[in-house]
Structures are given as structure tokens and as C-alpha cells.
Design a protein around this ligand. Structure first.
Ligand code: MGD
Ligand code: MGD
Ligand code: SF4
Ligand code: MO
Length: 829
């Protein structure tokens, strides 16, 4: 099979508009393993991004040895991308897996047993509950666990302890997706579906480098853009990504706005729709509220004004708006370039607005995909493991809280609803101040992934807050913990998860976890048992033991809500394909598109929030909301553009933005343990534009220091494809390295520079706007370790110095994807 490091999207299978996306089955087995050696193929779906590609896990001798795309799955029709092929399973066999609980003794983490480790967790929990009550407890979880685990955690936190301090790293990831849905449509829930790609006339990607972050979805788009009658692509991104190149190739537009100015651009595009009469007035009149006020809000944003603020060409703004205005079916996708940037919710809602104004929602080809990033982020939000109440219930609605209390058979007052739920940034603030004294971190690595790393390290290091870290590996975060709990990962446990287009997959356990590692579900149950949480009748609060029982309990919780799972079961999910919710008696085969009837979830007894002012985050009261009488109509909401919090000045003249490369997933705990992926992007870098590099006297590969008011990194420079004035850094690299596990990398972590500031509505922190400066430290004589086949490729106008040329992948040591699990070496931590 082709080397999918180089051939990232695989061979094209072009097809005509409106026809089914052809099947192409991708497979990868560990070196030396032949297909006939595979003993079992275990059904699952990939958990390395929100695309949720259906796959089967190859098992030999009780070990995961590879993966194969599911030909029959609606999501991927057999395809897998480089991360899925090489990175989804290889980590499991690493000798560095956590195999026993660790506890801190005299300042050091030492190996322990479950009884001792969980004993400490429970002792501190009991003591703090007695002394300070539930507000002393916090949970910071993930977008990578399974539905059953989140729901169990949600019940423990909200029905058992009764703490509002629960959130996921989804706050850093897709909080804005959820917020944008709630503001426009009343509740969370993706309106569109991936099959809209087969029907659309144009595809708009807003701050979304899909070519690298959902490679299989991008392959699906390429199979349309490289066929007859292709859709035009419009890309909004300050870098010339592969998406941007496709925009130019298809006769679309690449808009490269100044970082932090998305909303000004969106207001300009929206104004064009009004100005040219590209609005479906009749539909808007019947099915929406707020068009007049939106029109007023966007009026000042002429193409010339947008050109001034965003530093783009006014003509490009006109062209992009015309494509949107004159296409019958537009598919839009939105991701971190919007969610993690300034005025995130307002800018993302603006995308919903444009679709509503053109009545382009709920029909084939006309859809919005406010994307997710993490594979199971949707479930964190649905199941109440973040701040939300399970089943998209409204914490501000007495009826919704009562309903949940009845389901769980707990006192209404136990369920936190007296104030808005505490978001992750605030949870860490409380830990910093000491009011949260017990913080349980599961399946996330905040020491690397949260903004302003130095501050986060200080919080985690401080012994003011007792921290529990539950992971597969001894991460940068785990090293600071009081107790480390070894977890079973994907393939080592059973459970469900829901991708960005609402498709639910069941992932079966394929192999045993190493040593004493346990599934996250079992660990949460162990805590619940030890704490003795009960319902109002004295029966155990958590009434399930197995993943399947947890799923069945969740089904009941979702009954009648927009994310209705009542028609799904483990049996039904064992079929050829994942199934999109809602799935119930009315739609037993699931639902491809929401809002096909143009009725939205905005009725006051249905909605998940009463909404916010998008500029300030001020909340709309229940009374105000009822007075609006939305009654199933969607809400058009706008806001004026405001400059970002930290703009450039003479000390920090450049803008700093961060993001991803195709070969790594987040903090690399999984992907760096695949030799192929690690080799493709072995170390950090920053991208500079050719003109800035010239001005700063920086050559390709030079070691540079990038500083913001909060910190600095020292990495090699790639002279690449960012717009002038912008510096782009990948955020994957913490202190840990596969090549030299012992060697610390103190200064390459992108978040050393980012700031503690968040969107007023979604509370999502801004990872994509900050000011910085760059200076050369030394020449290196070799190209930056940045990938050569992606947006990080070197700029053609300025050939890199050194020997590497265009193929700038630096060599690093070989690591075979070991098919057998070696015995664990003695651990010293
Ligand atoms: N390979 C890979 N794939 C992944 C992941 C991964 O780690 N690696 N993670 C998954 C997860 S959890 C997520 S959330 C998604 C994220 O997926 P994406 O959002 O596609 O990824 P990012 O690279 O974070 O950001 C996307 C783009 O935003 C642009 N950008 C930066 N600032 C601005 C701005 O001010 N305005 C605009 N319009 N654009 C801007 C960047 O140039 C970048 O190309 O990827 C998922 N898929
Ligand atoms: N500067 C900057 N920072 C960013 C971003 C950015 O674009 N720029 N993006 C943000 C976004 S969108 C995201 S999603 C976050 C991601 O940030 P993190 O969530 O911190 O990153 P991961 O490396 O995915 O961490 C997940 C951890 O869970 C562990 N794990 C995996 N599976 C399991 C399991 O089944 N059980 C348990 N217990 N553990 C498991 C992994 O080993 C890993 O340590 O980063 C955010 N931070
Ligand atoms: S696109 Fe995402 S879900 Fe699909 S194989 Fe790649 S990483 Fe996995
Ligand atoms: Mo994410």
C-alpha cells in the first residue's frame, strides 16, 4: 500500500454530483504481520479526530497489530487517514504504558496498588466534603472517553457530589460549536451531514484546515472537486493551506484575514447577502427572528471596510459573497480558526446566519457543519460531563432540572443549577486560588494544552489542590499529580461515541489493557462505590456495572430530547455502519439532517439556553426569552467587530497563532509512538512568511526565539505560507520525546506564549490570537523539522538553506511498530 505519509489523502475516486461516494478500503498492519496472521477483526471507529471513521482492529496473539477501514460505514466508505492507519493502535503496545497506580510519597511518585491509590482519592474527597462541601471538588475531563464513561461521570458529579465545577477539554475545543448551535437553533446538535458534500455547489471552510485535520472528509471533498461539475471551494485562513490551494484551483476564493478579525469579515459577507438581495425573504420571515436587527448590525461592513480591518482584497470579499449568494446549495464547515479566535461565538453564529438568510439548511447539499475536533467531544456535551446538563437540558429551566432529578431519583437541589456551570478556565482559577482542593483530570494533558503554560504548571505543581490524573501514560500533567490512575484505552474497552455529523459508533474491546490498567468506566464506578452515593431511596445512585448497562441508562436520559438515542442499542450498533441520532420510534434508522421541517429547538420549554448577547456575553433571562416567543423559529444574532485583546505594538510587532499538523494528534501521546508519524514531524518549529523572515534576517531552519509577554519558545524556523505579520506554531510538542524520553524540552511548547482570555459566550480560550516578536538565535544549516507535504511546506519563492530542499523531513531514529507488548521495564519516576 502507498506510503500515506507522503500520499496523505490516498488515490482519488472521483464521482459525479449526487452519486454515492465510491468505496476504497485502506488497511495497515504492523511490519512483519501478514493478513493471514490476523486472528480477529474487531469492530470499532477511529478516535483520532471527530470524523469518526468506521474501522476494524486487527488482533493477533492478544495484541492490536493494525487497522482496516470499514467499507460499509457511511462516514468513510472504507477510508482511513495517516493518523488512523499508523497512530490509532500502535501506542497500546508501548513499554511506557502506565500499568499500576502511582501515589506521591515524599514529593515523588511511586508505584502503588488500586486500594491505596483510590483510598487516597476517597479520603481527601470525604474530608473536603465534610469541611467545605461539594464546591471544593472539580472534574476536568476529555473529548476522548466513551459515552458510557461521560454519562457515569456526569451522574457522579451532578447527582452524587452536586458540584457545578465539571468541564471537559472540550472547552478548549468545541465549546463554541455548541454555543453557536444553542444561540441560533436553541440546542446543540449538528444540522448537516457529511453526505451534503455529494450534493453541494460550493463549500466554505471557515478557519478549518480540513486537509490536515479530517483527512478522510477532505478526501471526500477532493473526490468532488476533482470530478466533473465540481463545487467551488472558499477558504478563510491566514495560511495558504491545502484547502486554500484547492479554493484557488476550483475558481473559489482564498481569504486570508489578519488573525483576530473573523467577525469583521463575516459581517461584510452577511452585508453583501442583504445588499444584493440574496436573502430568501419569505423563508426568513416565517422561520427566523432578528433579520432587521442583523441587517442594521452588519450595515457598516462594506467590502472596503472589511478590506481595511482584515487586510484582504475588497474584490475577494465580493467574490466570496457572490459564490455564497448565487449557489443553490452551500455546505459550510467551521473550526478552530473561528472557535479559538477572537469573538468566537459571534463569528461562528454568523455562519449559521448566512445559511438561515439563504434558507440553506436541512436539505441535501445545504448544510452547516460547526465541526467538532475530538472524536468524542459530542458525547462530553450530550452526557453532562462538561458544564451542561445531560440530554441538552437547560440548567436554567426548573422543569428540565426536575425532570433529571426524577430520572436519577435525587433531590432537585443536589443538581447544580443555581448559577451557570463553571467552565474549565474558571475551574483552574479556583484551583489556583485554593477553593477547589480536589481536581480529577481524566484523558487530557493540560500542562501542554491549556493556554499560558507557566501558569498552568504552577497550578498543577502547587500542593494546594489535590490532583488525580487518569491517563494511558505518565504525561507532563501526570508528573505533577498526587495520584496517577492507569487507564485502559481505545481497543482495550467497549463503548460508544458520536462523531461530528451525529453518527454513533460502537467500539468493541479487542485486547486486554496492560498490567493493572482499568477502563475509565470501571475507575469512575470504583470511586462511586467507595463514596457510597445513593439515590433518595438509599439504592446505589449509579445502577450499572457494564458499558452496555450504562448505555441503556443513557438511552433513557436522552428520551424525548433532541439527541434521542432510544432507538439505538448495542445490537443495532453492531451492524455494518454507524447510525446518526436522533434515532427513535419515529426514525428507527436514524436521522441524516436536522431541521428538514424548518422547525428549530427554540421553544422555551425545549431550548438548552435562553441565549446571550454575543458581544458581551450578557445572559438573556427566561422572562425576556419567553417574551421573544421564538416558538420554533431560528434566531439571527449579530455583533459588532471589536479589535482583539492583545494587538501588535512596537515591542511585539507580530501576531502569534497556533494549530496542528496532519501527522500528530494533540500532545502526541499516541501519534509520536508510531515510528512513521513521529519521523514525519519529529520536533517543533514556527512558520514565518518570506517577507518577515527577510526583514528579520532569518533563513530556513535557523534557530529562533519567539516571545510574547507571557513566555518564549526556541525552535527552528520554517519559511512558509503564513500571511505576512503572522507567526504560526504547532501546539503538539511538550517536554516529552520518544527519541529521548529522559531529555526535557523546556522551551518548545506553543502555549508558553498564549494568554488566559476567553470568548464571552462559549468561554473557549483564544489559542489563535496573541502578539509576539521573533529573533534569530543561531543558524542551524538544516531545514526546520516541519512536514513538507502540508500547509507547513517551505515557501517556493525562497529555497531553504542546507541540504534538505523541499523534502524537509529530518531523519530520526527508527521505532518499529512493535507487534508484541514487551515486558515493562523497571520504572523510576
Ligand atoms: N492531524 C490532526 N488532526 C486533528 C487533530 C490533531 O491534533 N491533529 N485534532 C482534532 C481536534 S481536537 C480539533 S479541535 C481539530 C482542529 O482542526 P482545525 O481547526 O482544522 O485545526 P487548527 O490547525 O487548530 O486550525 C485551523 C486553521 O485555523 C487557522 N487560523 C489561525 N488563526 C486564524 C484566524 O484568526 N482566523 C481564521 N479564519 N483562521 C485562523 C490556522 O492557520 C489553521 O490552518 O482537528 C482534529 N483533527
Ligand atoms: N496552542 C494551542 N493549544 C491548544 C489547541 C490549539 O489549537 N493551540 N487546541 C486545543 C484543542 S482543540 C484541544 S482538543 C486540546 C487537546 O489537548 P489534550 O486533551 O490535553 O491533548 P491530548 O494529547 O489529546 O490529551 C489526551 C490525553 O488522554 C490520554 N488518553 C487517551 N485515551 C484515553 C483513555 O481512553 N482514557 C484515559 N484515561 N486517557 C486517555 C492520552 O494519553 C493523553 O494524555 O488542546 C487545546 N490546546
Ligand atoms: S480522518 Fe480522523 S477518524 Fe478518520 S482515520 Fe483520520 S484521524 Fe481517524
Ligand atoms: Mo480539539
Amino acid at each position: 500500500m502507498a506510503d500515506r505519509i507522503v500520499d496523505v489523502w490516498g488515490t482519488r475516486t472521483p464521482h459525479e454530483r449526487g452519486t454515492e461516494w465510491p468505496t476504497r478500503v485502506d488497511q495497515h498492519l504492523a511490519e512483519g504481520v501478514r493478513e493471514e496472521d490476523v486472528e480477529r477483526w474487531v469492530p470499532s471507529a477511529c478516535v483520532l479526530c471527530s470524523n469518526g471513521c468506521g474501522c476494524d482492529i486487527a488482533v493477533t496473539n492478544g495484541v492490536m497489530v493494525g487497522v482496516r477501514g470499514r467499507a460499509t460505514d457511511a462516514v468513510n466508505h472504507g477510508r482511513l487517514g495517516p493518523k488512523g492507519l499508523y497512530g490509532s493502535w500502535a501506542w497500546a503496545n508501548s513499554p511506557e504504558r502506565l500499568t499500576r497506580p502511582l501515589v506521591r510519597e515524599n514529593g515523588r511518585l511511586v508505584e502503588s496498588d488500586w486500594e491505596t491509590a483510590m483510598g487516597r482519592v476517597v479520603d481527601v474527597s470525604r474530608r473536603l466534603l465534610a469541611e467545605k462541601g461539594p464546591l471544593s471538588h472539580g472534574f476536568y475531563t476529555s473529548g476522548q472517553l466513551f459515552l458510557e464513561e461521560y454519562y457515569t461521570l456526569g451522574v457522579i458529579g451532578k447527582g452524587g457530589l452536586g458540584t457545578p465545577h465539571m468541564d471537559g477539554n472540550t472547552r478548549l475545543c468545541t465549546a463554541t460549536s455548541a454555543a453557536a448551535f444553542k444561540e441560533s437553533f436553541g440546542t446543540d446538535g449538528q444540522p448537516g451531514t457529511y453526505s451534503d458534500i455529494e450534493h453541494c455547489d460550493a463549500i466554505f471552510l471557515f478557519g478549518h484546515n480540513m486537509a490536515e485535520t479530517q483527512t478522510v472528509l477532505w478526501a471526500r471533498i477532493l473526490d468532488r472537486t476533482r470530478a466533473q461539475d465540481p463545487p467551488k471551494v472558499v477558504c478563510v485562513d491566514p495560511r495558504r493551506t491545502k484547502v486554500a490551494e484547492e479554493a484557488v484551483r476550483t475558481g473559489g476564493v482564498h481569504l486570508a484575514p489578519r488573525v483576530g478579525t473573523n467577525l469583521a469579515l463575516m459581517n461584510g459577507l452577511t452585508r453583501e447577502l442583504f445588499a444584493h438581495g440574496w436573502v430568501d425573504d419569505q423563508w426568513v420571515e416565517h422561520h427566523t427572528l432578528g433579520a432587521d436587527s442583523l441587517r442594521e448590525t452588519v450595515e457598516p461592513y462594506t467590502p472596503e471596510e472589511v478590506a481595511r480591518v482584515c487586510e484582504v482584497d475588497a474584490e475577494d470579499v465580493r467574490r466570496a459573497a457572490r459564490i455564497f449568494g448565487e449557489s443553490r446549495r452551500v455546505l459550510s464547515t467551521v473550526l478552530q480558526g473561528f472557535y479559538q479566535s477572537h469573538q468566537a461565538t459571534a463569528a461562528s453564529v454568523a455562519v449559521n446566519n448566512m445559511h438561515l438568510l439563504r434558507a440553506m439548511i436541512g436539505r441535501p447539499g445545504a448544510g452547516v457543519l460547526q465541526m467538532n475536533g475530538q472524536p468524542t467531544a459530542q458525547n462530553t456535551r450530550e452526557c453532562g460531563a462538561d458544564g451542561d446538563l445531560p440530554g441538552f437540558r437547560n440548567w436554567d429551566s426548573v422543569d428540565h432540572v426536575r425532570d433529571l432529578a426524577a430520572l436519577w431519583n435525587v433531590d432537585e437541589l443536589t443538581i447544580p443549577h443555581w448559577a451557570p456551570p463553571t467552565h474549565a478556565m474558571q475551574i483552574f482559577r479556583y484551583a489556583e486560588q485554593g477553593s477547589i482542593g480536589w481536581l480529577w483530570i481524566s484523558a487530557t494533558n493540560p500542562a501542554v494544552s491549556m493556554p499560558e503554560s507557566a501558569r498552568i504548571r504552577k497550578i498543577l505543581q502547587s500542593r494546594k489542590c489535590f490532583t488525580i490524573v487518569q491517563d494511558l501514560f505518565l504525561t507532563e500533567t501526570a508528573e505533577f499529580a498526587d495520584v496517577v490512575l492507569p487507564a485502559a484505552g481505545w481497543g482495550e474497552k467497549t463503548g460508544c461515541f458520536t462523531n461530528a455529523d451525529r453518527t454513533v459508533h460502537l467500539s468493541r474491546k479487542a485486547v486486554e489493557p496492560p498490567g493493572e490498567a482499568r477502563s475509565d468506566l470501571d475507575i469512575f464506578l470504583m470511586y462511586a462505590d467507595a463514596m457510597g452515593f445513593t439515590d433518595q431511596d438509599g439504592a446505589p445512585l449509579v445502577k450499572w456495572r457494564s458499558p452496555q448497562e450504562a448505555f441503556d441508562a443513557w438511552r433513557e436520559c436522552s428520551r424525548g430530547r433532541p439527541c434521542d438515542y432510544t432507538g439505538l442499542s448495542y445490537e443495532k450498533l453492531s451492524g455494518p455502519s454507524g447510525i446518526p441520532w436522533p434515532c427513535n420510534e419515529d426514525s428507527p434508522e436514524g436521522t441524516e439532517r436536522l431541521y428538514a421541517d424548518s422547525v428549530f429547538n427554540t421553544a422555551p420549554d425545549q431550548c438548552e439556553t435562553y441565549g446571550h448577547d454575543l458581544l458581551t456575553g450578557g445572559t438573556v433571562s427566561p422572562t425576556q426569552y419567553r417574551a421573544l416567543a421564538p416558538g420554533g423559529r431560528a434566531l439571527l444574532k449579530g455583533a459588532a467587530y471589536e479589535p482583539p485583546h492583545e494587538d501588535t505594538d512596537s515591542d511585539y510587532p507580530l501576531l502569534y497563532s497556533t494549530g496542528r499538523t496532519v501527522y500528530h494528534f494533540h500532545t502526541r501521546t499516541k501519534t509520536a509512538r508510531s515510528a512513521k508519524l513521529n519521523r514525519a514531524a519529529p520536533d517543533a518549529w514556527v512558520e514565518l512568511s518570506p517577507s518577515d523572515a527577510t526583514q528579520l534576517g532569518i533563513d530556513e531552519g535557523d534557530l529562533v526565539r519567539v516571545e510574547s509577554p507571557r513566555g518564549a519558545i526556541e525552535v527552528q524556523a520554517r519559511i512558509g505560507h503564513v500571511r505576512p505579520g503572522t507567526v504560526f506554531a504547532p501546539f503538539h510538542y511538550g517536554t516529552w520525546d520518544l527519541d529521548e524520553p529522559a531529555r526535557a524540552h523546556p522551551s518548545r511548547q506553543a502555549n508558553e506564549l498564549t494568554m488566559t482570555v476567553w470568548d464571552p459566550v462559549s468561554k473557549q480560550p483564544y489559542f489563535k490570537t496573541a502578539a509576539c516578536r521573533v529573533r534569530k538565535i543561531a543558524a542551524s544549516g538544516r531545514p526546520a523539522p516541519a512536514p513538507a507535504h502540508t500547509a507547513s511546506a517551505p515557501a517556493p519563492t525562497r529555497p531553504p538553506g542546507g541540504e534538505g530542499g523541499a523534502d524537509a523531513v529530518t531523519p530520526s531514529r527508527e521505532h518499529a511498530d512493535a507487534p508484541e507488548r514487551p515486558s515493562n521495564p523497571p520504572r523510576s519516576v
